[in-house]
Design a protein around this ligand. Structure first.
Ligand SMILES: [Zn+2]
Length: 120
C-alpha cells in the first residue's frame, strides 16, 4: 500500500512514513525528506526571530535613552519597537523608572533637541 506525501506528492510505501498516533492511517502525511526540509525551515525562521532580538547597538541606545530619562513610548518610537518590548527589555536591564512625571518632562525636552545618544 502506497501513500502520497502531501508536500512533494511523491508516492512511497506506507512504511516509509514516520509513525504518528493521531492520524487515521497511523503515519505522517509528509515523507521524511519533506519533514527534514520543514524542520530546517522552522529552524531558520527561528533564527530570523532571534535576529529580531536586541543587538548590542540597540541595547546601548536603550540604555542611553533610559539613562536620559526618556519614557517607554518615546523610546519605542525612536527604536521602532513596541512599547511592550521596550518595557520588557528595560526591566531585564534594570532600567526601571523612579519618577514618571520628571521622566516625561526630560523626554519632552530631549525630543525637542536632537539626541546625542553617546553623550550624557
Ligand atoms: Zn515529500
Amino acid at each position: 500500500m502506497n501513500k502520497k506525501c502531501n508536500k512533494c506528492e511523491r508516492e512511497f510505501p506506507l512504511s516509509h512514513f514516520h509513525k504518528v498516533k493521531n492520524k487515521s492511517d497511523g503515519r505522517r502525511n509528509t515523507c521524511p525528506d519533506c519533514r527534514k526540509i520543514h524542520e530546517k525551515q522552522k529552524l531558520s525562521s527561528n533564527l530570523d526571530k532571534n535576529k529580531e532580538g536586541w543587538d548590542k547597538n540597540e541595547i546601548f541606545a536603550l540604555r542611553q535613552l533610559r539613562l536620559n530619562g526618556l519614557s517607554y513610548p518615546i523610546i519605542a518610537n525612536i527604536l521602532k519597537r513596541s512599547v511592550g518590548s521596550i518595557q520588557q527589555k528595560s526591566f531585564k536591564l534594570g532600567l526601571t523608572t523612579q519618577n514618571k512625571s520628571e521622566e516625561n518632562l526630560i523626554s519632552l525636552r530631549i525630543m525637542n533637541s536632537s539626541i546625542p545618544l553617546t553623550q550624557r
